[in-house]
Write a protein of this length. Sequence first.
Length: 65
Amino acid sequence: MKKCDDLLQTNQQIDVAFHSVSESAKKDYFTRLNGSIDVARILAKQGLLFRGHDESKDSLSKGNL
């Protein structure tokens, strides 16, 4: 029941929280979001995977990112 009450509180809804964020923070967020989407599109077009984080010399799974 508490979760339902939380959803009905308008001050906790996503659109209200988003409108209270500064314009520069919104611009930064959308820049990062668009960059992530662009990377996902490039990897999808080339059939590449989102994997690998260990880029050391001995790693067998360097990945694309």
